[in-house]
Design a protein around this ligand. Structure first.
Ligand code: FE
Length: 158
């Protein structure tokens, strides 16, 4: 092979690797990393308190506590789809409750030892926003109760 051919071949190889790398980057769900200052500017103070500082809204007060329209509930921080109205149920707790997340990767679970209790915190897997807690007193078929703050959610009608 002539030198020019080798150079052209190398160039083509590099280009194809670069295109592949870009494609992989686009395909990978990257978590949203924003500074606390950015979150503070983007969210209203109540949402910031719950989503970024693990706050809890008062029970029986949230906008989705009594809400039974058909659609999906998204993260109020980053917009990721988290729960479907199909899995929402009345738990009597005073917070919106679901027996499952919209998919296995949407919500992550973290051990929470705050306030003298051992609980499992649930967070948006995409932006790390605090959603609420998960308990094992939910209905069939999962037996789980995802207890979520309305302030962490944004509803989208079907
Ligand atoms: Fe999020």
């Amino acid at each position: 092979m002539s030198k020019i051919r080798i150079k052209l071949f190398s160039l083509a190889m590099i280009c194809s690797l670069m295109i592949q790398a870009q494609h992989t980057k686009e395909m990978t769900k990257e978590p949203e990393h924003k500074s606390e200052k950015e979150w503070m500017q983007e969210l209203d103070p109540e949402q910031y308190q719950v989503l970024r500082q693990c706050g809890t809204e008062a029970p029986f007060t949230g906008k989705y506590y009594k809400h039974d329209e058909k659609g999906s509930y998204h993260c109020a921080g980053c917009g990721a789809a988290l729960f479907s109205s199909d899995t929402k149920y009345e738990s009597g707790s005073g917070w919106p409750s679901f027996y499952a997340a919209i998919d296995g990767d949407a919500v992550k679970k973290v051990l929470d030892k705050s306030h003298g209790m051992i609980r499992t915190e649930i967070k948006c897997a995409s932006c790390d926003g605090h959603l609420g807690h998960i308990f094992n007193d939910g209905p069939a078929p999962t037996g789980m109760r995802y207890c979520v703050n309305s302030l962490s959610l944004q509803f989208e009608q079907k």
